[in-house]
Design a protein around this ligand. Sequence first.
Ligand SMILES: [Zn+2]
Length: 289
Amino acid sequence: MARNQRITGLVIAILGVVWVASTYAQPPARTIEHVSGGLYKFTNKFHASVFLVTDEGIIATDPINAEAAAWLKGEFDKRFGKPVKYLIYSHHHADHVSGGDAFGAEEIVAHENIVDDIEKDKVPTPLPTTTFSDTKTITLGGQSVELIYLGSGHSDNLIAMKFPGEQALFIVDIVSAHRLPYRTMGAGRDNLDGILAQIRKAESITGYNKLITAHGAPYMFIAKPDMLGQLRGYIEALRDEVKAAMDAGKSLDEIRRTVKMEKYQHLFLYKQFLPLNIDGMYTHLGDKP
Ligand SMILES: [Zn+2]
């Protein structure tokens, strides 16, 4: 285990250096990667979604943006020759669900809280045709996807998508495989306790062995389910360290210099994102009375 972890850490470190040096400024082109069975991962620059191809059509998820979705629809037609029957939104953020009309989906499914936020933020994508409150299962061509509401934190309409036939779970934004949380961790917008509760709720989901995330370390997009607990552990430990330093009267500058989180240095973008994560945590904690 320790050896495997070291090797994994080394691989991530090498890939990280190569990737940051070569493509951080020039994101990789669009790709489609086969996961297993009818399940595929679609990547567009720094964003990803998944889709399931069945005998009776395709279940697509986040379109990402209009251009990406138009490209993906072309690939659906070329590679599979099947229509999109369902389109599922993970949550309302424009960088994940813009351009949904490109697929011509028969049904668009999302959490019920998404409607107000799509309208309020003027997200350029069609409203869902079907909404749900807690869980919903969609079945097509003998395969299914289970949609699970994660509660309020990073938006109040975020859902997890489980593909039981492929033993896979797709999670967006609250965790990113093998990578530190994004920049300031939604400080000023998201609720930190809510994010932690969303991750805990995702951790309660069982019956899969592949965690697929919408962002993450390049070429390492599939993680084991325990990645959720590892990244929650990181956020909690960072919260505790930053809080202790704030309670001790340290300035943000001092906190940046002293909080190292070395246990997590094998994670992708550790050097780039740790200072930003600290800034974000400082803001999150300062928001509280
Ligand atoms: Zn988001």
